[in-house]
Design a binder for this molecule. Sequence first.
Ligand SMILES: [Zn+2]
Length: 376
Amino acid sequence: MFTDFAQALYQPLADDRSFAEFTRDLFLNITDYSKSEDNPIINAEDGTLTAYYNGKNGISRLAKKISSHLDTLKFETYLEKYPSGTPMLICEALLPFDPQINEYNCYERSATLFKDIIITAASQKRKSRKKDSGTSETSMVCVGDSDFRTRLLLESAGICANDNCNKPLSITKGDAYRQHFECVVIDDNLPKDSFENNIAFCPECAAKFRMATTTDEIERVKEIKKRLLHDAADKQMLSESQVTDGVKRVIQKISESLEEEPNVELSYDPVTVEQKLLSISKPLCTKVKSMVTEYYSIVHNTFLQMDKAKAIRFEPFTLQMKLNYIQLIEGGTEPIKIFDQLVGWLVTMTNEDRTVCEIVVSYFVQKCEVYDATTE
Ligand SMILES: [Zn+2]
């Protein structure tokens, strides 16, 4: 969508200009009108341009007017005028929209991307919100209904479901938590409000998927969704039986190992714990860090061994842990209490010693499955 494209490029190209000025500049530089013709951009009002920029208004009406006057070479020349470090910044900004972009082709690909956005917008039927209120109302279910969103978020375990994208679908900053994802309708020809036809993508993947969607892409995403639905069925089975038995055994095994000399093998970086927990609570951070430092290898090796021996499936257990974490966050549990809640869950499930359960949860904090790291 235009708004995603413009916002991505604002940082590298805008040079303190207002959103309206910047937006006008983008359009002026991809359109070519002869002297006798009026370029509709020149007289566009600032408010209108700002609304295009922030996505409040779609550009399809404008796109229809200018789509026969597009000039990608002009846009390339426009980009070439920026200082020498700019291509790198453009690449970074547009990579989510075009995985093949690099410093050498970025002028050309940016121009093509922009052109495609305009063409797509021009070919869109104007959404008349009133006329088909029947469908738009039902499709709004997925946007507004928090249960629906939560289900999708849980289904993808809080990570963008798109292939080769591992972005978390939430943002945390200190105690604050915010969902950061979109419900994407997979196939427009199927019911838009059905759970089976929706998938949770990060905003970039969502924007990219919606932009000039091909049948191949739809099929690919359908495959992803099929896998997710399949996994969910697996997970349910697992949470009922295997997890309980398996984890009980793992925790017994870990408590036995704790008697042995700790195996010092620093294949991890305790700094991550600090990054994640220091802003939440210093005592909690200190506790988790010391547990990770002492016992990470023991827990890790136990899981590996038992996974090999098929006593537990490590991957699903990890997912289960992550799901519980997400459910707590979703339910509004304060980050500082989540650690104890997860420990409590393990204790109830296994009836084992609380300290051992704390060690196991600490392991998952370190592994980034719990308390997803804020990237700064
Ligand atoms: Zn993504």
